[in-house]
Design a protein. Structure first.
Ligand SMILES: [Zn+2]
Length: 470
């Protein structure tokens, strides 16, 4: 069994008490955190022989296994960040429809996405996941909802990419069954019929979903949005998900256009519409939740429904400002998402923490969201939405070793008073180490699981091919 000791770093645990240590330690044994606290690690937390060696940046092996000690002074250890809304394939359509509304942007991009196949999706997903890792993300979901008829097995392509990069992965089998000819927004060429969707959803759960503790891969179901799926599909997907014990996700209340669509087609608000279909509950999390009235916020809180806040995407598309302060004050569970890179080109999860704090304060004043609340959204808040808060989201003994170690002693941050303010309000710090399930994914700001220039070259080729296929 290997042991890793991070020694001398600031530690922000995000545990229930908000424990923080100006100089502390984190000990990892195998894939589990076995000790967290102030000062040096207590000898009892280390395997035989390791307590005698105080040499920093040393590796040794004895009968207990490999022991690696890292001098982490100048760094801040946080839980690995958790992303609760993404469309990995959109890495290939960044920079398009740059000044459009959501409905204009979708209408322009649907035909491009219709040209995807599994090879392209795997290359684009690898790039998107690699960049997430470099921005401190250890767990991500994916919402893939465009399945061209001759595109091959796209969900499998994203799973392969996540295994290669080494992130904990929560892919959702997305879907659209309401084409333009039936009153929906997407063109008919990118929608599937309901039977095909339900069969593929069932197959995805059976093949990929791992419900065991410590799981690296859990599947959810995610019909796309009120204006691209039928109410029958929403009802059937919820029934299937609940039979199989997997979670439900969709886009909701993102724009004023969607509000109008729901009023016109269903005679109610987006939240009332989902409520009428049995789609609110602790097993459901919704992307965006920008246009919510007080009644909707209360209903989300009472039912335990979560919201994946995606501030950069909301800003990029001019969708509006999510009422995060009111959601949190009202008891709604809120996590953080980068959304697809086509509507959020920076696509950095630590960047999204900063954006969440700034946009909340722009709307509600400087106390609308503290820097620690913002970081909590991307850690314990997101873990709750994915149903993983007993396993990840905080640095506590017994939790999985998903850890980000940020370097705060270089030019942008050296001397800054508060490490959390440095991380949340300052420039993106160098990522000294990213551990996922105890394995190193990023070290000294370099990906160790994949070759970064190679991944970039593949993404460039895949994006160009997608564009040329038009
Ligand atoms: Zn989205």
């Amino acid at each position: 069994m290997s042991t890793l000791v991070l020694d001398g770093c600031a530690v922000v645990t995000m545990d229930g008490q908000g424990s923080e240590y100006a100089s502390g330690h984190v000990v990892v044994t195998g894939n589990v955190i076995t000790a967290v606290g102030p000062g040096a690690p207590p000898p009892a937390s280390l395997p035989d022989g390791a307590a005698n060696s105080s040499a920093a940046n040393s590796s040794a092996a004895n009968s207990s296994g490999t022991i690696r000690r890292i001098d982490a002074s100048g760094c801040l250890a946080t839980p690995g960040l958790i992303n609760t809304h993404h469309h990995l394939y959109q890495w290939g359509t960044r920079g398009m429809a740059a000044d459009a509304t959501l409905f204009e942007w979708l209408t322009q991009l649907y035909p491009v996405w219709a040209r995807m196949d599994a090879g392209i999706v795997q290359d684009l997903a690898t790039a998107a996941l690699a960049w997430l890792a470099k921005t401190g993300c250890s767990t991500t979901m994916d919402h893939h909802y465009v399945f061209p008829r001759s595109g091959g097995d796209l969900l499998r392509a994203t799973v392969a990419a996540a295994r290669q990069v080494g992130l904990r992965f929560h892919p959702t089998r997305g879907s659209m069954d309401l084409g333009a000819s039936a009153g929906g927004l997407p063109p008919d060429e990118v929608v599937e019929d309901r039977d095909t969707i339900l069969l593929a959803s069932k197959a995805a759960i059976e093949e990929f979903h791992d419900a065991s503790p410590h799981s690296m891969l859990r599947v959810g179901l995610a019909p796309c949005s009120p204006f691209s799926v039928t109410s029958e599909l929403l009802t059937d997907a919820a029934e299937l998900a609940r039979q199989a014990g997997v979670r439900l996700h969709t886009h909701l209340a993102e724009t004023a256009d969607e509000d109008e669509y729901c009023a016109e087609h269903f005679g109610c608000t987006p939240v009332e519409y989902l409520d009428s279909l049995g789609w609110l509950g602790e097993d459901v999390w919704l992307a965006h939740g920008v246009h919510l009235d007080d009644a909707a916020i209360t209903r989300l809180a009472v039912t335990g429904t979560g919201v994946a806040h995606c501030p950069s995407s909301n800003g990029r598309l001019g969708a509006g400002i999510c009422r995060t302060h009111d959601l949190l004050a009202g008891g709604v569970r809120v996590g953080l998402g980068v959304d697809g890179a086509a509507s959020s080109e920076e696509n950095s999860l630590i960047g999204e923490v900063r954006q969440a704090a700034l946009i909340a304060r722009s709307a509600g004043g400087p106390r609308a969201m503290s820097v620690r609340q913002a970081l909590r959204l991307a850690t314990m808040g997101s873990a709750q939405l994915l149903g993983r808060d007993q396993e990840i989201g905080s640095l506590e003994a017994g939790k999985l070793a998903d850890i980000a170690l940020w370097r705060l002693d270089t030019l942008p941050h050296a001397g800054i008073a508060d490490p959390v303010a440095a991380l949340v309000l300052g420039a993106r710090p160098p990522l000294e180490l990213l551990l996922v399930n105890g394995e190193t994914v990023v070290e000294r700001d370099q990906l160790v699981t994949v070759d970064e220039p190679g991944v970039a070259a593949q993404a460039r080729r895949a994006s160009a091919e997608l564009a040329e296929r038009g």
